[in-house]
Design a protein. Structure first.
Length: 195
């Protein structure tokens, strides 16, 4: 164990930054797990309608069959519920450090969660458009550069989540980098466990 230098609190500052980032991404992680459960059980099947309504552009689907209203509704709703529950639990248990996170928000927890969930979904759409233009089917990978495509597929929504963190919580650069790294690692782990 590294002994801290007296008067040097860089390690504790870094720990607080990572801890705050983890706390801030928790609602969207829980929302994502809720979405996985809905997909596995085929719950809300009637909402499993493509966002693009089956529209085509230059002979190919705009987003594809995997980007559905069900995903948009479930991610937005479940992330809002998780964010609201997190804020209520924080207040009820009077977690001082977490209260500081909640107080940094410029929006109530439920609205933040909804915004968080919707930016997650919207950030995936440009990548879907590009993949359809390249002739890559929904859920499939390119033959060349498959690893790069996989990382982009996992990172696009994580990058989208950084927007409300910065705008609503005023997250610092360190928090955003921490949130990105943690979010990407969790997203990949969930994707691999789901497969």
């Amino acid at each position: 164990m590294i002994e801290p230098i007296p008067g040097d609190n860089r390690l504790s500052r870094a720990g607080r930054t990572v801890g705050r980032a983890a706390w801030l991404i928790l609602p969207v992680v829980l929302g994502g797990l809720g979405h996985v459960a809905v997909l596995k059980t085929d719950f809300l099947r009637t909402l499993a309608v493509p966002l693009d309504g089956g529209a085509h552009w230059r002979g190919r689907p705009v987003f594809g069959a995997n980007k559905t209203w069900r995903g948009m509704v479930v991610m937005t709703g479940s992330t809002a519920v998780a964010s609201g529950a997190q804020a209520a639990l924080t207040r009820r248990l009077r977690w001082r450090w977490a209260i500081g996170v909640e107080e940094s928000a410029r929006l109530n927890a439920w609205a933040f969660g909804a915004l968080y969930g919707i930016t997650y979904c919207l950030a995936e759409l440009p990548n879907s458009v590009v993949k359809r233009r390249l002739g890559i089917a929904p859920g499939a990978r390119a033959r060349r550069g498959a690893w790069l495509q996989y990382v982009v597929d996992q990172a696009d929504s994580v990058v989208g989540c950084l927007i409300p963190l910065r705008l609503i919580h005023g997250s610092s650069g360190g928090e955003l980098v921490s949130a990105f790294v943690l979010g990407l690692a969790i997203h990949i782990a969930i994707d691999m466990a789901r497969a």
